[in-house]
Design a protein around this ligand. Structure first.
Ligand SMILES: C[S@@+](CC[C@H](N)C(=O)[O-])C[C@H]1O[C@@H](n2cnc3c(N)ncnc32)[C@H](O)[C@@H]1O
Length: 266
């Protein structure tokens, strides 16, 4: 795969953090799941928890509001800035619970161990090779306290999506981009590279009033097939305690499009 495409595919969807929040504002079930599970592991403790790929704080903010401290790491400054803006509107007791760091989970060393490390909402779909996933898992291991938990979710590769014709343009609903306040026609194009198992989604925004008003976002995800994911976790020293198919606690089966994993170091 073209490294430039992979770089763009890990960044461009996260450049416009206000649009990111608009897109995923109804995604709440994972926020509840992570909150409940983290509190169950911590018991009476209040963290801190390490969230890799913390983004705009969709998950972390609720934890902080509930009194759990979070250290959030992300490569994308626009996502961290948006989280920091949200925190400014929070009371001091919440602001004090969050520490944000710009950093790459591939070479992170906070010299600290945590009872819980998380990577919610497809963060590890941005590890594009087995070696990259192994590196990410080593970061998790070096930050987990003995007996600690690693919670994360990635997508289930969807055969219908993988078969999509890359020349076909899929029409979505018109959207308003918060950055401009203007209306856009929304179009998608899907491509899947069978050798690297990388899926690319191009998301185009074409101005309703002015087609020259155009924006393109690219998202690249490595498809992690369930058994492959379990194998890498195993060989990197993790025990998979739960491999769920949704955030309600159902075991993974063919009806699911999420893989939700609870692991601990072996
Ligand atoms: C889909 S978002 C999830 C954000 C947040 N966890 C949530 O649940 O909304 C993926 C996040 O992972 C971040 N990310 C991708 N690769 C990363 C890396 N190597 N190190 C740290 N963050 C990364 C992106 O910048 C983005 O904010």
């Amino acid at each position: 795969m073209d490294p430039e495409l992979l770089r763009a595919g890990s960044q461009s969807h996260y450049e416009d953090a206000a649009y990111y929040d608009q897109c995923y504002r109804r995604r709440r079930e994972d926020v509840r799941f992570y909150g409940d599970r983290i509190r169950a592991v911590l018991g009476d403790g209040d963290g801190p928890v390490l969230e890799l790929g913390v983004g705009t704080g969709r998950v972390a903010l609720g934890l902080a509001r509930g009194g759990v401290a979070v250290i959030g790491v992300d490569t994308m400054q626009p996502m961290l800035d948006r989280f920091a803006e949200r925190l400014e509107r929070e009371p001091k007791r919440v602001r004090e619970k969050v520490e944000l760091r710009r950093g790459d989970l591939m070479d992170l060393d906070l010299a600290k161990r945590f009872e819980v490390v998380t990577a919610p909402f497809h963060v590890l779909n941005h590890c594009y090779t087995r070696q990259e996933l192994a590196t990410a898992l080593r970061t998790v291991r070096t930050h987990l306290a003995p007996g600690g938990r690693f919670l994360f979710d990635v997508r289930v590769p969807n055969p219908d999506e993988l078969r999509r014709d890359p020349n076909k343009v899929y029409k979505g609903r018109d959207v308003t981009l918060p950055s401009t306040g203007r209306r856009y026609h929304y179009r998608e194009r899907w491509d899947y590279d069978t050798a690297s198992q990388v899926q690319t989604v191009e998301m185009a925004f074409v101005g309703v009033d002015d087609p020259a008003d155009f924006e393109l976002q690219v998202l690249t995800h490595r498809c992690w097939f369930p058994a492959e994911l379990e194998a890498v976790l195993h060989y990197e020293g993790f025990e998979v305690l739960e491999h769920l198919g949704d955030f309600e606690g159902e075991p993974l089966d063919e009806s699911h499009d999420s893989q939700v994993l609870v692991c601990r170091p072996r």
